[in-house]
Design a protein around this ligand. Structure first.
Ligand SMILES: Cc1ncc(COP(=O)(O)O)c(C=O)c1O
Length: 362
């Protein structure tokens, strides 16, 4: 006999990107930052006194929230700190959506969203993106007509990298009857004027997701945060959040990383520069991709060789990229931007695989 709830028994869990534990593999598959975090993170770890662990950590990460509030020009009660962006998604769903109520999203999108909806036993309302990877003009209407309680939108978009501007986001928040969860996991790599935090004053149905995993090189830490009207933040902060959801070491590291905007900003700049260079070089060998505002590129495989085959051949050469076996994406690969030398290694391998030049006979 199974003790699982029926919806849990029916579902499959989230499939993480491959995480090899050897030093040889070049990992360009899970959008991690190729540069190290701030030196102040190293100092926190070096100087941390374990005696501090006798006590429970600050329950709501108040110092981190104050820092984040200052950074975004909002109040502390507009901020919640969470164990990665993923915990915020889970909190938003369990706080605001009853089992059975529809959750809306675009197709394609971040593959964790459907999994979290299934856990809450909520039907999905999926709307296809248009050919430019943007929501159609009827997106909000379709969500409203379907009675959606929560709309999940990633911007810049994953996996295409395209960006909607804040005007479009504001309009969408206005038109939607539901909460709009704006997932900005990759926003640090936008590379142009973009500040959605100012929208939360005007839209009491908007929650913005941020993470330290990508922009601050701290995917292993598990730290993210949400910004929103205090009426949305307060129930998550005081009722549905796990007590002491963030350990003391994480809180101190996250504070140090966020405070060092110079290191983070330099890393964003380096990733953006490499992204633009790599995009041109990949296009030149037959792998075009839409202009990206993230730390990855979604390249299309050329005629004559499938994306899956390229993925496998790269893997044989100890290079991991992301292949999605879904209808809209099965002819594409998502490639994380590495350092200059990592990207050179990738380009050499792809050139060989695509037969543009054969290094063994060159
Ligand atoms: C679109 C998107 N949103 C949110 C996250 C969550 O990131 P984390 O839980 O590491 O903060 C990710 C991670 O890959 C992501 O790709």
């Amino acid at each position: 006999m199974s003790f699982e709830r029926e919806n849990i028994r029916r579902m499959s869990g989230y499939v993480s990107g491959e995480q090899p534990d050897d030093d040889r593999t070049l990992k360009l598959n899970t959008n991690e930052n190729p540069y190290p975090p701030s030196e102040s993170v190293t100092n926190i770890l070096r100087e941390f006194d374990p005696v501090q662990l006798r006590r429970y950590p600050p329950p709501t990460a108040a110092r981190f929230r104050e820092l984040a509030a200052r950074l975004h020009g909002v109040d502390t009660d507009n901020v919640i700190a969470t164990r990665g962006g993923d915990e915020l998604l889970r909190l938003v769903i369990t706080t605001f959506v009853d089992p059975g109520q529809p959750i809306g999203m675009t197709n394609p999108t971040y593959s964790l969203y459907p999994v979290l909806a299934q856990i809450q036993d909520c039907p999905l309302v999926e709307v296809d993106l248009n050919d430019s990877w943007q929501p159609p003009s009827t997106f909000a209407q379709q969500m409203n007509d379907a009675g959606v309680k929560l709309t999940l939108l990633v911007n810049p978009h994953a996996p295409s990298g395209i960006l909607l501007d804040t005007q479009e986001i504001g309009n969408l928040a206005d038109e939607l009857d539901s909460i709009l969860l704006l997932d900005e996991a990759y926003v640090d790599f936008v590379g142009q004027d973009y500040d959605s935090a100012e929208l939360i004053d005007k839209h009491d149905n908007l929650i913005i997701l941020r993470t330290l995993s990508k922009g601050y090189s701290l995917a292993g830490l598990r730290f993210g945060y949400g910004l929103g009207a205090s009426s949305l933040i307060e129930p998550m902060l005081t009722k549905t959040r796990a007590s002491y959801n963030l350990d003391l070491i994480s809180q101190q590291i996250a504070e140090a990383a966020l405070a060092d905007q110079t290191t983070a900003g330099n890393n964003w700049h380096r990733v953006i520069e490499e992204r633009e260079r790599l995009r041109d070089l990949l296009a030149a060998i037959g792998l075009p991709s839409p202009a990206s505002h993230t730390n990855f590129l979604l390249v299309s495989a050329p005629e004559g060789i499938g994306a899956e085959e390229i993925y496998k051949k790269l893997k044989e050469r100890y290079i991991l990229v992301r292949y999605f076996a879904s209808p809209r994406l099965s002819d594409k690969l998502r490639i994380t931007i590495g350092t200059r030398s990592e990207n050179e290694q990738l380009l050499a391998a792809l050139t060989e695989i695509l037969g543009n030049t054969d290094p063994t006979t060159a």
